[in-house]
Design a binder for this molecule. Structure first.
Ligand code: PEP
Ligand code: MN
Length: 276
């Protein structure tokens, strides 16, 4: 039977795909960690956090310059100024940067500054945006829509792949369910399902997946345990005063502690491999 998403299907590349973002390899033997603030707020804020996450061992820096906000009155990002600050943070830390493109109109501009383009959950089925992002040839991190099935998500990835851009990374960031104790329900089933059905690398975002900083570390570790190729984690120097997503942001110290836990868990895994 022909797959509805022939380019994204596991069968297309049974050994899996690795995507290169600068010197970072996604889908290789080591999990990657993308960390940084939800939004770029100021030079001081971004540089402080960029240096802290680099020091703690993050592989990439994130930060939103164009923010999709539920309320039109909320802080919607610094726009091009945010992109310039991300480029500065990259120059200082050496970390490749990823940021969201909200509209096809911004895609070229975002591609000029960023090493990878994020397609946010709310835009997973913005097919015109998917094609515009794909056409840049840049690596694309495609977040799962809050109400999207896995099949719809893989079909969205297919839109990008069909532009001829093979550099697609999926990101599970939680789906909307009847549960209200957490902001979203992080669907770790999806990681295992995607690994069977697709060759694309997949990240887990436990920040949006839970909405609570105290749940981020356990779900990050769980995401890696179930086979994710990496994590996306929101970090802020002063979460209480963040312009967006403060409640789910780790402090610098909490992020460093998470990185320690990841090292312990992954050396445990290699130990397991060694004795297997
Ligand atoms: C974000 O990464 O800050 C973001 C808006 O994520 P999502 O699209 O998953 O809500
Ligand atoms: Mn956020």
């Amino acid at each position: 039977m022909i797959s509805p998403y022939p380019l994204a299907a596991r069968m297309a590349r049974p050994d899996g795909t690795t995507v290169h973002i600068g010197s970072v390899e996604v889908g290789g033997s080591m999990p990657i960690v993308i960390a940084g603030p939800c939004a770029v707020e100021s030079e001081m804020q971004l540089l402080m956090t960029a240096e802290a996450v680099a020091e703690a061992g993050a592989t990439m820096l994130r930060g939103g310059a164009f923010k999709p906000r539920t309320s039109p009155y909320a802080f919607r990002g610094l726009g091009i100024e945010g992109l310039r600050l991300l480029a500065r943070a990259r120059a200082i830390t050496g970390l490749p940067v990823i940021t969201e493109a909200l509209s096809p109109v911004d895609v070229e501009l975002v591609a000029e500054y960023a090493d990878a383009i994020q397609i946010g959950a709310r835009n997973m089925q913005n097919f015109v945006l998917l094609e515009a992002a794909g056409a840049t040839g840049k690596p694309i991190v495609l977040k799962r829509g809050p109400s999207a099935t896995i099949e719809e998500w893989l079909l969205a990835a297919e839109y990008i792949l069909a532009t001829g851009n093979p550099n697609v990374i999926l990101c599970e960031r939680g789906i909307r369910t009847f549960e209200t104790a957490t902001r979203n329900t992080l669907d770790l089933n999806a990681v295992a399902v995607v690994k069977q059905r697709s060759h694309l690398p997949i990240l887990v975002d436990p920040s949006h997946g839970t909405g609570h900083w105290s749940l981020v570390t356990p779900l990050a570790l769980a995401g890696l345990a179930v086979g994710a190729d990496g994590l996306m984690i929101e970090v802020h120097h002063d979460p209480e005063h963040a312009t967006s997503d403060g409640p789910q942001s780790l402090t610098h110290a909490n992020f460093a502690a998470l990185m320690e836990r990841i090292h312990v868990q992954s050396s445990g895994d290699s130990l397991k491999e060694a004795v297997a």
